[in-house]
Write a protein that binds this ligand. Structure first.
Ligand SMILES: [Zn+2]
Length: 639
């Protein structure tokens, strides 16, 4: 008997609900339906790498990460939408993977024995089991993990697998929760020991400038994945200090590479804080999944705030509003999406165009997990009740203390401030609702059946409302959003309203490239000037800006239509802000130059410009220079 047999792993703060327990409603359902009708639902027909000849389906085609990446998003999309066609698509992959297992436990394409793509396939299998309870999954994974335990000492993780071993640990711990087999903790230790030392890198050796040579440590997708490592290490060893390790690592990344959209840069290597640098779509969905893991394990609302910031801004904007084309890299200040040389650390000239496979196909395969996993994670089980992680519109059905509870969340949040939750119960039931009070919110207010109820957040950022609930109870939570400043390096400034970063849209002129691929490959050019400085005249942004709200359009993260050629007439939210043209702020290497160090001085007249949610734009300025309001007499002019 090894020492690991008696180890007791700590429990998580929150627990995932079964996949399918949270169903999207309102704008989120429309967004996911667009995804189903767009790239996810059609990718097998459009793109041979996940087509019928995939080696993961028994053919002779792509045999590495692309099939499993795709499945890792297809499975949750199929189940949150409860879509029979998508479920059937996913089932084909599941059957092929289960059928590929050898007597020694190894599985997948015989032509490729890399550990890494199997880590992704296992993530898809755990979700398939969570949704269906398929009895074949636990023995399949047990057999594979026994194989890994025997083989890893002689054939250790290498290359991408060595950089991303925490993805393997995640599914080993998932199985341990189901079976409690002691060898799994031994395996998790072994895998963690073969994984790159991310704690040392992110805490002590993080690169301070844009990377210039390849290193797994500076690859932005690896970094985004690695951030779930501390939470998993806590589950493995019970060291509560791992929460601080995560927080310090993210703070270091923010300081040296942080972006206004909740990401750190990486195009595709860590690239500093300037807003013309890009971030790869794979890193966006992987940081979201790491944050979902982080909030589940440690239960701190600030990680859910960050999750929403990334989802509603970075994710929403880097895929077209109709979910039919995507970028490889997005830029915070993005004024031309064209085939042209840019200041990327490593990528080809088409990396910020919208299409089927700009630059490289990893994002084409991996983008699918973003919205479905956010949907699943929007509500979680908490001790004695439920917790709201994100206030997206949805219907939740869960078992709390043995009683079935249904909760209907009706809202246009994040485009509105009020969230209405109705409770459906067969009998009265006592349970706790943990309502997240976002860190950006001052003066949240709550009513239950019209009566005011105090909702102070606890030290973890949640207001815990425990009471005897009755069928028909109505909860109304208002989260006031005021325009606030987001200071950036060199005196630049961004603005945000609640979880939405605000951006100036210079209009979008979409031109199709003659590639004939997918649903089309597109360049986008601006129709109006983009070079404005904010002119807030020393007043707080909440005073200088005026907010207007409109119905959320059919394409929720659009300027009003799927591919707008002009205007912002249909967008869900506009913020009127004083600004001045800054004629000397020009293009540099086909991108908006870094904002001139501020405060700047423009003699142009002040205009009211309309800012819109970052997530609704494909071209934008979101990091602005700031106009100097007082015209000082230069000292050397007085003699
Ligand atoms: Zn990618």
């Amino acid at each position: 008997m090894t020492e690991t047999t008696s180890r007791i792993t700590p429990s998580t703060a929150f627990q995932e609900l079964p996949l399918g327990a949270v169903k999207p409603a309102g704008w989120l359902r429309r967004q996911l339906a667009l995804q189903a009708d767009g790239l996810t639902g059609h990718l097998e027909d459009l793109w041979p790498d996940v087509g019928p000849n995939s080696a993961w389906l028994g053919g002779h085609g792509e045999d590495w990460e692309r099939g499993p990446y795709y499945l890792d998003g297809l499975v949750p999309l199929a189940h949150v939408l409860d879509d029979a066609v998508l479920k059937a698509k996913a089932q084909r992959w599941i059957e092929a993977i289960l059928a590929s297992q050898r007597p020694d436990g190894f599985f997948g394409p015989a032509s490729n024995n890399d550990w890494w793509p199997r880590m992704c396939a296992l993530k898809a299998l755990t979700q398939h089991h969570d949704a269906t309870g398929d009895a074949r999954v636990l023995p399949f994974m047990t057999q594979y993990f026994r194989h890994q335990l025997g083989q890893l000492p002689g054939r250790p993780l290498n290359d991408w697998g060595e950089a991303r071993g925490q993805e393997n640990v995640l599914t080993v711990l998932w199985l341990h929760r189901k079976t409690n087999e002691a060898f799994l903790l031994e395996l998790a230790d072994l895998i963690a020991g073969q994984t790159l030392d991310w704690v040392d890198y992110l805490q002590h050796r993080l690169i301070e400038t844009p990377a210039t040579t390849f290193d797994h440590h500076t690859h932005v997708v690896n970094v985004a994945m690695s951030l779930k490592g501390p939470a998993l290490d806590y589950l493995l060893r019970g060291d509560a200090g791992q929460e601080g390790v995560f927080r310090d690592s993210l703070a270091n990344l923010d300081r040296l590479h942080g972006m206004i959209n909740g990401m750190f840069s990486g195009d595709e290597w860590l690239a500093g804080t300037e807003p013309q640098h890009g971030v790869e779509l794979c890193a966006v969905v992987e940081l979201m999944f790491s944050l979902e893991t982080q909030v589940r394990v440690f239960g701190d609302a600030q990680d859910a705030d960050r999750l929403e910031l990334v989802a509603f801004n970075a994710l929403a904007s880097t895929i077209s509003a109709d979910m039919r084309s995507h970028q490889y890299h997005q830029q915070v200040n993005q004024v031309l999406c064209t085939v042209a040389q840019r200041d990327w650390t490593m990528s080809s000239d088409d990396a910020n165009t919208f299409g089927l496979e700009p630059h490289f196909g990893c994002c084409t395969a991996n983008l699918h997990q973003g919205w479905p996993k956010l949907t699943r994670s929007a509500w979680m089980a908490s001790p004695g009740g439920l917790a709201v992680i994100s206030y997206v519109p949805c219907d939740v059905e869960a078992s709390v203390g043995g009683q079935k509870v249904r909760l209907k969340t009706e809202t246009d949040y994040p485009f509105e401030e009020t969230v209405r939750i109705s409770v459906q119960l067969e009998d009265r039931a006592n349970f706790a609702l943990n309502l997240r009070i976002p860190g950006w919110c001052q003066g949240a207010s709550l009513t239950i059946n019209g009566e005011a109820v105090a909702c102070p957040p606890n030290s973890r950022g949640f207001a815990r409302i425990e009471r005897l609930w009755q069928d028909g109870d109505q909860i109304e939570l208002t989260l006031p959003m005021t325009v606030r400043a987001l200071p950036r390096p060199n005196g630049a400034l961004g603005l945000a309203l609640g979880p939405l970063v605000l951006a100036l849209s210079p209009g979008e002129l979409w031109t199709e490239l003659p590639t004939g691929e997918g649903f089309g490959d597109w360049e986008i050019r601006h129709r109006r000037s983009w070079n404005y400085a904010l002119d807030l005249s020393d007043t707080a942004p909440e005073t200088a800006c005026r907010v207007q709200r409109f119905p959320v359009p059919d394409f929720p993260f659009s300027l009003g239509a799927s591919r707008p050629d002009a205007g912002v007439e249909g967008v869900a939210l506009r913020v009127h802000t004083p600004a001045k043209r800054l004629p000397d702020w020009l293009l540099e290497q086909n991108s908006a130059a870094p904002p001139p160090p501020g405060p700047v001085r423009s003699l142009q007249p002040t205009h009211q410009v309309q800012l819109v949610p970052y997530g609704c734009t494909r071209l934008r300025i979101a990091e602005f220079p700031v106009q100097r309001t007082e015209i000082e007499v230069p000292k050397d002019s007085v003699e």
